[in-house]
Design a protein around this ligand. Structure first.
Ligand SMILES: NC(=O)c1ccc[n+]([C@@H]2O[C@H](COP(=O)([O-])OP(=O)(O)OC[C@H]3O[C@@H](n4cnc5c(N)ncnc54)[C@H](OP(=O)(O)O)[C@@H]3O)[C@@H](O)[C@H]2O)c1
Length: 246
């Protein structure tokens, strides 16, 4: 059966790998992101694309209209839009407190609000039974992220997923969170990764390697499978053992 799969942040990194994985299994994929050229250039056979900022109410209204016209029901909703905020446009600030306010606002906007708004806009379109909602958190939600802003904005998704799982469970829909460790071959780090930092992150793993977008995509695909129907309200870590299960 062909499923409709909506993926925010689907033009690059983990979202793109997920799109390729689902499309390879015959599913119909809709890629969302802000940069139209990036979405159009994504190599995903048969994919639909729609450019929007999903941290914006009007942006998600546009997505909801597009989904209603082009897909109807949503079988799998994957929230891969996000980042540490370092790739976002910055306003010059002198005042350190204003800098802190900007950092926390940007992180909650791109990591938390994107996922919450898109979920709420598409919630009634989720297939029942069998619908799947999948969030992308991070190892940072367990460890902190330096300033705390990125980590907190990911950790905020955990209680939201628990509330949503309870709400959507009676409709036969599961809600889970995937929390990756270091994943290379994405745009996430911009130019902030160097050999020494990479080696430190790899040394933390038990597997002795960096994660790949395909590792995370395979976990998302498994959580979306019929066999995972009784897994809901869980946070699944994909980090090669860098952070132990809890
Ligand atoms: N890479 C890692 O090591 C790692 C580790 C743990 C968790 N994660 C999480 O995994 C997810 C995917 O990240 P990635 O590693 O694949 O990085 P990535 O390649 O930078 O992907 C992030 C995607 O999100 C999109 N995006 C950001 N803000 C958006 C918005 N407001 N509206 C719509 N789309 C938006 C970006 O496209 P546009 O800029 O065109 O909108 C981009 O395609 C993120 O949530 C990230 O926090 C990554």
């Amino acid at each position: 059966m062909t499923r409709n799969v909506v993926i925010s942040g689907g033009g690059t990194g983990i979202g793109l790998a997920a799109a390729q994985t689902f499309a390879a299994e015959g599913d119909r994929v809709l890629l969302l992101g802000r940069r139209e050229d990036v979405l159009r250039g994504a190599r995903v056979p048969g994919a639909l694309t729609y450019a929007a900022d999903v941290g914006d109410v009007d942006g998600v209204r546009g997505v909801a209209r597009f989904v209603a016209d082009e897909l109807g029901a949503v079988d799998v909703l994957i929230h891969s839009a996000g980042g540490s905020g370092q790739l976002e446009a910055r306003v010059e600030r002198e005042d350190p407190l204003e800098l802190v306010a900007d950092n926390w606002t940007v992180n909650f906007r791109i990591n938390t609000l994107t996922a919450v708004l898109l979920t709420e806009a598409l919630k009634e379109r989720l297939a029942e039974p069998g619908g799947r909602v999948l969030f992308l958190s991070s190892i940072a939600a367990y460890r902190g992220s330096g300033s705390g802003a990125y980590a907190a904005s990911k950790a905020a998704l955990h209680p939201y997923a628990h509330d949503l799982a309870r709400q959507l469970g009676p409709r036969g829909i599961t809600v889970n969170v995937v929390a990756p460790g270091y994943v290379e071959d994405t745009d996430f780090f911009g130019d902030a990764m160097d050999d020494a930092r990479r080696a430190r992150l790899v040394a933390e793993t038990s597997t002795g390697r960096a994660g790949t977008p395909g590792d995370v995509a395979a976990t998302l695909h498994w959580l979306a499978s019929p066999g995972a129907a009784h897994i809901t309200s869980q946070i699944i870590q994909v980090n090669g053992g860098a952070e132990r299960g809890h």
